[in-house]
Design a protein around this ligand. Structure first.
Ligand SMILES: Cc1cc2nc3c(=O)[nH]c(=O)nc-3n(C[C@H](O)[C@H](O)[C@H](O)COP(=O)(O)OP(=O)(O)OC[C@H]3O[C@@H](n4cnc5c(N)ncnc54)[C@H](O)[C@@H]3O)c2cc1C
Length: 419
């Protein structure tokens, strides 16, 4: 994207017109359309709409959004499903966002139109796409959408999360719960290991003879020392982690026999949670926003697509340098994107971006760890500029305090996005 300074904007009427969005007859405000009402999309819509000179439309098929974050607590019986759900009423009523519950099916970047499943065509001046992730169902033999109804991924929150919870509830004491983890990059790097920790917390109380087996495609994982010392402390002997170098990674599943197969072995599960490899949400891939990696290349200063002008991609779908695929990152990217769009619409220089990720991860119901990481563009790539993390030797009261902070973070964060 070319940067537009106040000075450039003020060169004269012709220059001003060149930078102003095209206005259709009767159109009084520039139109920003946001596709995907998850964390990235809802945040962009709200922060653009704070400037009431812009007309903002949010397109999202669901009327209630279920957060993945804290869904592992629901699996462990530590949180209700209802507490994970958020509606769009406040975004519409307080911020004047037009919320359309529909699916975007196509984008015409030349005509600047988004087509919806219902047949509606939405014209835009600036478009933001934040469709989250899709699963590479063909990557593990036998694991397709039908198989996910038997061996849930529960990696998008909703019915899949409920299914996994029901299976864990129904599992006999002494059963084996298998969690498979894909190669990077995938949504929420600490998520599978938090899931193992909280499933162990639940088993320890209600099914103490049960085991958890993590079949990882990788040989190491984020916060590994914190997790493994927590597992030793709370659940000795209950969780086994097998890295990819020992197994060759998961290659196939047999849903009839409840078997999970790796390159070197086969494992019988009582409950199998298959987290497949991931790629950008299908809308992003079907509309030419993704490259051969399956993710969307963006200008890491502005979040504008490198492949389509006037279309921005935030959240898990974007390739955002060192930034992990997390809700906190999606929210932070969304704010930078919103300010960039507002700056572009008014012809001013956008502020220099500084982005953040703060993540709370539960090792048990009363032991949580946290990390806080900041990111800045460096040579055009978003790189880590600061980092602070929990330590293995933290005192018990520090960990208990992190549990309380995590609950407060959830309330404040979801209010920032939806309220
Ligand atoms: C178990 C688990 C735990 C997690 N814990 C944390 C945590 O503690 N902290 C943290 O920061 N992150 C956490 N995450 C990660 C976080 O949930 C995601 O990174 C975040 O939701 C990404 O936001 P997004 O906007 O990219 O995608 P999403 O939030 O998934 O939103 C995408 C939205 O786009 C909509 N959509 C898709 N296609 C279309 C279309 N064609 N038309 C219209 N709408 C469409 C979808 O319906 C969806 O609502 C966790 C994830 C998991 C799985």
């Amino acid at each position: 994207m070319t940067s537009r300074t106040r000075r450039e904007f003020g060169i004269g009427a012709a220059a001003g017109l060149a930078f102003a969005p095209r206005m259709a007859r009767g159109q009084t405000k520039p139109r920003v359309v946001v596709v995907g009402g998850g964390i990235g999309g809802a945040t962009v819509a709200k922060y653009v709409a704070l400037d009431n000179t812009v007309d903002v439309t949010l397109i999202e098929p669901k009327t209630r959004y279920t957060t993945c974050f804290m869904s592992n607590l629901y699996l462990a019986g530590l949180r209700s499903f209802e507490s994970l759900n958020h509606g769009y009423e406040t975004l519409a009523d307080r911020y004047g966002i037009k919320v359309i519950h529909d699916l975007a099916t196509a984008i015409d970047p030349t005509a600047k139109i988004v087509r919806l499943k219902s047949g509606i065509e939405m014209p835009y001046d600036k478009l933001v796409v934040s469709p989250g992730i899709a699963f590479q169902f063909n990557a593990i033999e036998g694991y397709n959408e039908a198989a996910a109804e038997i061996m849930p991924h529960a990696w998008t929150a909703g019915p899949q999360t409920k299914l996994l919870r029901a299976q864990l509830d129904a599992m006999d004491d002494g059963g084996v719960f298998i969690i498979t983890v894909p190669q990077n990059p995938f949504r929420c790097p600490p998520g599978p290991y938090e899931r193992a920790s909280l499933a162990a917390y639940y088993f320890k109380q209600f099914k103490p003879r049960s085991k958890i087996l993590i079949l990882d495609a990788k040989d190491s994982f984020f916060e590994q020392d914190l997790f493994q010392s927590g597992w030793d402390q709370h659940y000795r002997g209950m969780i086994e982690w097998l890295p990819g170098q020992f197994t060759g990674g998961v290659t196939a599943v047999d849903v009839k026999e409840n078997m999970v197969k790796t390159a070197s072995d086969s494992f019988k599960a009582n409950v199998a949670n298959i987290i497949p490899p991931q790629i950008a949400g299908s809308l992003a891939r079907n509309t030419g926003l993704a490259d051969g990696s399956g993710w969307c290349p963006i200008d890491q200063v502005t979040f504008e697509s490198k492949l389509q002008p006037d279309i921005y991609v935030v959240g898990d779908s974007a390739s955002a340098g060192d930034m992990p695929k997390s809700a906190f990152c999606a929210n932070s990217q969304a704010k930078v994107c919103a300010f960039t769009i507002l700056a572009a619409l008014t012809g001013v220089e956008p502020p220099a971006p500084h982005l953040f990720n703060t993540c709370y991860t539960y090792l048990s119901g009363n032991d949580a760890v946290s990390d806080a990481i900041s990111f800045k563009p460096d040579g055009g790539l978003l790189k880590i500029s600061g980092i602070s993390m929990s330590k293995t030797g933290d005192k018990t009261d520090v960990r208990r305090a992190a549990v309380r902070e995590a609950a407060a973070w959830y309330d404040a964060f979801t209010h920032d996005v939806f309220g």
